[in-house]
Design a protein around this ligand. Structure first.
Ligand SMILES: Cc1cc2nc3c(=O)[nH]c(=O)nc-3n(C[C@H](O)[C@H](O)[C@H](O)COP(=O)(O)OP(=O)(O)OC[C@H]3O[C@@H](n4cnc5c(N)ncnc54)[C@H](O)[C@@H]3O)c2cc1C
Length: 397
């Protein structure tokens, strides 16, 4: 039976990044993942699952050596972010306002994961168990024992980075609060008549927002984009059942004119949930990313929060090692939760407030939210304080 300092369950974007940051501290790490990441080739179509990666997340990916590879494969920087309900209250955030060259990048989730895994294979102190699953987890005073599909391993610390349905969370009897939103989201990859854009936009309406995320590359029509369509669950189920050409007609009817002409390439629908673990840490178990918190994806912050968890954990463990403390002591690990819980909760609650405000049918609230957008855009003092602060926060700065 092999012994590790840390066993990370789940080698998605957050788990893989965490394995690397812990290995950077000299710890002996095991990474357990159910599915082998697929290799990249430039002919592969753009994947449906993409994320808006903030500047702070880009910095983490640079730190662990994955960013250069992602840039060489493919990603799309964006410089501007447009938000509106009525055209007259259109608000635009620009990287120039916070003295940055861009606000973030749209990257396929699987390429982030794959670039991280390439760096993992180069680290002699990370052992991967893939494809393998966690079957059971036992904790005693000295260690945790994990039974995997084909092996049994022990660890000083178990990290649950196994996503929203986390088995680690369930096996450690960590409770959670949360709910399912009445809306679902549909992701649609399209060819657009416009070439690669430097703007991502979101138009709100009482039935839910529609969003445009630019994707890299040239298509026969012009460029590529990822569209996100939020609506009541039944309506998303109906849209998902349409053929690509029928869906195309619906998109052209319901999306704003800014979109231009499009051709649907691929689509998928997703239920929206909010979940928050009651604690991020229990004895020898610690939760990161979606295993600890699942957020409404409206502002594209889920993985960005997960990467902030990764950095916080690396920080508290590095500090403990530096001070000669037992790095896996519960008191040390509690500092991670202290650093992250409030920030995650603030982002989750901000998303819910936005969601509630923009889906409220009252004409009075409709006018109020558009006036608020207008004020933020047109009143210089609000423009330079609230707008730029909100922008810096969303970029993780
Ligand atoms: C529609 C939509 C759009 C989104 N857009 C954005 C965006 O623009 N920006 C953003 O920041 N976030 C976005 N998100 C959120 C983001 O996708 C998640 O926050 C992110 O994927 C969480 O990463 P993770 O590594 O924590 O979990 P996951 O991505 O769920 O990875 C978990 C990993 O654990 C593995 N695993 C699970 N169980 C086991 C087990 N028992 N044993 C071994 N391995 C296991 C899985 O195979 C998987 O690889 C969006 C989410 C949705 C639904």
């Amino acid at each position: 039976m092999e012994h590790f300092d840390c066993v990370v369950i789940g080698g998605g974007m957050v788990g893989a990044a965490s394995a690397l940051t812990l290995a950077q501290l000299g710890l002996k790490v095991a990474l357990v993942e159910k599915f082998t990441p697929q290799d990249f080739s430039a002919e592969q179509p753009l994947d449906l699952r993409v994320s808006a990666i903030s500047l702070a997340s880009q910095n983490l990916l640079i730190q662990v050596g994955a960013w250069q590879q992602i840039k060489q494969w493919r990603c799309c920087p964006y410089k501007r972010l447009g938000v509106w309900e009525y055209e007259s209250a259109y608000t635009e955030f620009d990287a120039d306002n916070i003295e940055q060259s861009h606000l973030g990048h749209i990257v396929e989730n699987r390429l982030i994961q794959l670039a991280l895994w390439q760096n993992i294979t180069a680290m002699s102190n990370i052992q991967t168990f893939c494809p393998e699953s966690l079957l059971s987890l036992k904790q005693d005073d000295n260690k945790a024992t994990l039974t995997l599909t084909n092996s049994v391993v022990t660890a000083k610390l178990v990290i649950g980075a196994d996503g929203a349905q986390s088995k680690v969370r369930q096996m450690s009897a960590i409770g959670m609060t949360g709910w399912d939103y009445p809306q679902s989201a549909m992701l649609i990859n399209v060819e657009t008549s416009m070439c690669q854009q430097d703007i991502t936009w979101q138009k709100f309406s009482p039935t839910g927002p529609v969003a445009f995320l630019p994707l890299p590359g040239k298509s026969s029509l012009g460029g590529y984009a990822s569209l996100v369509w939020y609506h009541q669950r039944d309506e998303i189920t109906r849209l998902a059942s349409l053929s690509n050409s029928q869906l195309q007609q619906e998109i052209l009817k319901c999306f704003p004119a800014q979109l231009g002409d499009i051709k649907v390439l691929a689509k998928g629908d997703f239920k929206l949930t909010r979940r928050h673990a009651n604690t991020y840490q229990h004895k020898r178990v610690l939760l990161l990313g979606d295993a600890a918190h699942t957020i409404n994806p409206m502002a594209g912050q889920g993985v960005n929060l997960g990467f902030k968890d990764v950095l916080a954990l690396q920080h508290v463990i590095a500090e403990a090692i530096g001070n000669g403390d037992v790095w896996h002591d519960e008191a040390v690990l509690a500092r991670y939760e202290k650093m992250r819980r409030k920030d995650n909760l603030l982002m989750m609650s901000t998303m819910d407030a936005l969601y509630a405000s923009f889906s409220h049918p009252s004409p009075l609230i409709k006018v109020a939210r558009n006036l608020a957008l207008l004020a933020v855009n047109k009143v210089p003092v609000l423009n330079s304080t609230i707008k730029n602060k909100a922008l810096a926060y969303a970029c993780g700065l």
